[in-house]
Design a protein around this ligand. Structure first.
Ligand code: GDP
Ligand code: ADP
Length: 199
């Protein structure tokens, strides 16, 4: 029977308050993590979605502070040296990082906190927080993954190629995670995620 454990943090915890849980949602770019996350947040507004910092340029329609905190490379590197990230990684030529303090505060106040991050960051979180519950989202096939990345039409040809190359290697890591969910039919995938989070 799968069990979702409270996380152990490296900061003083208030043992008497009910601890929250930390969830990591990972999988290759274009698999539908963002879409699944958006839908989960609509259905479960009590979830806390951690907004990451990134050095990637905003895509059309993306809002600073809502989708990401868009920052320069030098500012990002400064934040890294100040220990401001719970984890960070370089992906497809850009830096991405999870703000440490906001996430730990939310977990300690009892929230169910979801990090939607790439593989290297997900591995760092698993190493730092043995109690984390980790979900790997798989595409139905590599060709469907490519169509989704192209269908999104928001990345350059070079960025698409970089994402696809990473994807093949990332998929090999799926078994490291607590559960693997194929995002074929969106509704089915959502229900599988819900059944692991809310039992
Ligand atoms: N390690 C890490 N990865 C992140 C973070 N935020 C987002 N990512 C991941 O970075 C990858 C690229 O994100 P993005 O450029 O928004 O493209 P997209 O998710 O493929 O649409 C995705 O796999 C995200 O899940 C973070 O804070 N840390
Ligand atoms: N189950 C699904 N079936 C078909 N298309 C999907 C599904 N889930 C997501 N998509 C589409 O795939 C593209 C990539 O999804 P996105 O959420 O941006 O992925 P990620 O955040 O993992 O990079 C988007 O155009 C999205 O609408």
């Amino acid at each position: 029977m799968m069990q979702v454990l409270p996380i152990q943090t490296d900061v003083p915890t208030k043992e008497s308050t009910s601890p929250g849980r930390l969830i990591v949602l990972t999988g290759p770019s274009g698999v539908g993590k963002g879409t699944l996350m958006q839908e989960l947040l609509k259905r479960h507004p009590e979830l806390y979605y951690s907004v990451s910092a990134t050095t990637r340029s905003p895509r059309p329609g993306e809002i600073n502070g809502e989708n990401y905190y868009f920052t320069s490379r030098s500012k990002f590197e400064q934040l890294v040296s100040q220990g401001e990230f719970l984890e960070w990684a370089e992906f497809a030529g850009n830096y991405y990082g999870t703000p440490r303090e906001a996430v730990l505060n939310q977990v300690q106040s009892g929230k169910l906190v979801v990090l939607e991050i790439e593989l290297k960051g997900a591995r760092q979180i698993r190493a730092s927080f043995p109690g984390v519950f980790s979900i790997f989202i798989l595409p139905p096939s590599l060709s469907e993954l490519e169509s989704r990345i192209r269908g999104r039409a928001q990345d350059s040809e070079e960025a698409i190629a970089r994402r696809l190359k990473s994807a093949e290697a990332e998929i090999q890591a799926a078994e490291e995670f607590d559960v693997q969910i194929v995002n074929d039919d969106l509704e089915n995938a959502l229900q599988s995620i819900e059944s692991t989070l809310f039992r």
